[in-house]
Design a protein around this ligand. Structure first.
Ligand SMILES: [Zn+2]
Length: 152
């Protein structure tokens, strides 16, 4: 059993079964990144409720996309968080860093997160991306388990 599965089992008690599909609604229960961010609230280090709420909204509205090398201006693949009509109007650019972290073009990331004064603090766009990656990876893994014949 992987470390991740063990942690889920602990959280959910003994009668536990993994969902076959993660969605914007249930992914938060399976994301360590989300849990760490939530813990910052409890520890009184940073109020992260709005960040978590926004991230889930970006997820529900399908705002996270991958821009391939060939389609990006800088010749490097990156992610974007598209705006939600009537809510915000900026597209944020998110690039991968070598340590499996991400750098976002938003002001909050550039002014606060980058200073790394609060470990675990990330912006809503990076949280949305990490949750989206979790959903994509999880659902692909489950699909492979359920329909191995499609992956031969
Ligand atoms: Zn951001």
């Amino acid at each position: 059993m992987s470390k991740e599965q063990e942690e889920i089992k602990t959280d959910k008690g003994i009668s536990y079964e993994e969902p076959t599909e993660l969605t914007p609604n249930n992914v938060v229960y399976y994301s360590n990144t989300y849990k760490q961010l939530k813990a910052l609230d409890a520890e009184g280090k940073w109020k992260t409720y709005a960040i978590r709420l926004k991230a889930q909204r970006f997820l529900r509205e399908n705002c996270i996309e991958y821009v391939k090398k060939s389609e990006s201006k800088d010749g490097v693949g990156h992610y974007i968080c598209k705006p939600i009509k009537g809510y915000n109007s900026t597209t944020y650019y998110i690039k991968s860093l070598p340590n499996r972290e991400f750098e976002c073009s938003c002001q909050f990331h550039q002014r606060v997160v980058k200073k790394q004064e609060i470990p675990g603090l990330i912006c809503s766009h990076v949280l949305a991306l990490k949750l989206m990656l979790k959903i994509w990876n999880w659902n692909k893994r489950k699909d492979k388990e359920l329909y191995p014949e499609n992956y031969k």
